[in-house]
Design a protein around this ligand. Structure first.
Ligand code: HEC
Ligand code: HEC
Length: 411
């Protein structure tokens, strides 16, 4: 059946072909405040292949928007998934992030110099670093230089334009780009997507819902300090590494009791367990290796509620559609594979999500639902996130993280 296509200007200023339903979805997205004003300057002209993919995705988004947009109230009252942001209690009015300290090798008054400067080792590495070296964020340590391409200046030391506030990208995201639950997994991302995120951070289109979270403002400041060349260099460095598993997923009723340090859950040794209570609790495999020594070969474990992986599989693969009394009942979301690729490893400039930190994934989904992540391309996610409940987000992340990386992402 032939469908009438309309030609219209995308928010990036390129001509795209869209079906009528996509135009409606765009309008809906704008009404709920998800779309930035359509006057952004055209920063990166699309090449013809990407233009087709973009138009195709607009079609899918449009159809999806119509399907899930009707008869559902927007899930505006989903409480903040505090576990994903690394807090125990909701923010109070006026709460603000304490700005992160500048990178420094100075000892703090309560620190034992001998302990801080003692050289440490990790299995399989010839390198040796002290705790002072490990926290020197403008000279990133490198336990396994053979595990990644040669770090460039911005990756190891940060952008010189930021002076003593410069931080190497690898200080938070690790030289392997695997990242940590409180920041982001950045390896294996499409170069165009990576650069778009840096642009969104610097243009005020991407921030975090929780006003107390300190490292997102740092990320925004770093993006603002980068040159176009440094952005490309960083995108190519991390993009050259395929995504491989980094977070082990375990379904369980009980989780180790944790404390939160730097927005990261860490086990309280010997304190026993407590009910998981509908959360995901993601923590270092071992505090000594993953956290203290920043060993990039020892990752994270995510405890997820029993049954969540199966529930998530249904939402991710069908959008949560079901059959009742011989009729199709539409679900609360849209199957992810159409845009993220059948194996969720990414498609064109849409990022891979398979096997990535569930805390990170849920923060992004919630940020998009609440509209603090509102870049032009994030609008395509509106029909996906608008009706999700907190439990849906947990289930989706449990399943998506449990997927093994299957192949290299698109280049
Ligand atoms: C202080 C720690 C920190 C440093 C250093 C840092 N980042 Fe980030 N980065 C973050 C955080 C935190 C996020 C995710 C924000 C959130 O969840 O709200 C992020 C997210 C990103 C993303 C988005 C990933 C995605 O999947 O959308 C990119 C791209 C990125 N960072 C690139 C960089 C580059 C390039 C550098 C070096 C110039 C850098 N980062 C240095 C903390 C950091
Ligand atoms: C209509 C296309 C489309 C569908 C369907 C879709 N996504 Fe997305 N998604 C996107 C695009 C495009 C982006 C990148 C947005 C940007 O560039 O800011 C994205 C980004 C994301 C991100 C942020 C990734 C990161 O690295 O920060 C997450 C998480 C995500 N999607 C999850 C999902 C899940 C889960 C589903 C299915 C339930 C889904 N998406 C379905 C298009 C889609």
């Amino acid at each position: 059946m032939a469908r009438k296509l309309y030609r219209e200007r995308s928010a990036k200023g390129n001509w795209i072909f869209v079906h009528r339903s996509a135009r409606l979805a765009t309008r809906d997205a704008r009404e709920i405040g998800a779309m930035p004003p359509a006057t952004l300057p055209a920063k990166q002209p699309l090449n013809p292949a990407r233009r087709i993919v973009t138009a195709f995705i607009a079609l899918v988004a449009g159809a999806a928007g119509l399907r899930v947009g009707i008869g559902h109230a927007a899930a505006a009252d989903v409480p903040e998934p505090l576990w994903a942001y690394g807090f125990l209690t909701p923010p109070a009015p006026g709460d603000k992030a304490t700005p992160q300290g500048l990178p420094s090798r100075k000892l703090r008054p309560n620190e034992d110099p001998a302990e801080q400067t003692r050289i440490r080792h990790v299995a399989g590495s010839d390198a040796g670093y002290s705790l002072v070296d490990i926290r020197d964020l403008s000279n990133v340590i490198d336990w396994f230089p053979g595990d990644h391409p040669r770090m460039t200046h911005v990756i190891a030391h940060g952008s010189p334009s930021l002076g003593n506030a410069a931080r190497g990208c690898a200080s938070c995201h690790l030289p392997t780009g695997k990242g940590r639950p409180e920041n982001a997994p950045v390896s294996g991302l499409p170069v165009a997507y990576f650069i778009r995120q840096l642009e969104d951070f610097r243009n005020g289109l991407r921030s975090t819902v929780d006003p107390r979270k300190p490292n997102t403002p740092t990320m925004i400041a770093l993006a603002k300090g980068m040159t176009a060349e440094e952005m490309k260099e960083a995108a190519e460095y991390f993009g050259a590494m395929p995504w491989t598993p980094w977070t082990r997923v375990v379904e369980t009723e009980q989780v180790p009791k944790t404390r939160i340090v730097g927005n990261l859950h860490q086990e309280i040794e010997g304190a026993g367990t407590e009910p998981i209570a509908g959360r995901i609790v993601e923590m270092p495999e071992t505090e000594e290796q993953t956290e203290k020594l920043r060993n990039p070969r020892v990752g994270f474990v995510a405890y997820v509620p029993v049954g969540s992986i199966k529930k998530g599989e249904n939402l991710v693969t069908t959008g949560g559609m079901s059959v009742a009394d011989g009729k199709i009942v539409p679900g609360r979301t849209v199957a992810c594979g159409t845009c993220h690729g059948p194996d969720l490893m990414g498609l064109a400039d849409v990022p891979g999500i398979a096997g990535r930190s569930p805390s990170y994934l849920v923060r992004q989904i919630y940020d998009m639902q609440r509209g603090t992540r509102k870049g032009v391309s994030a609008a395509l996610m509106q029909p996906v996130v608008v009706n999700l409940t907190g439990d849906d987000m947990v289930a989706i992340a449990a399943y998506v993280t449990s997927l093994a990386a299957t192949k290299s992402p698109p280049r």
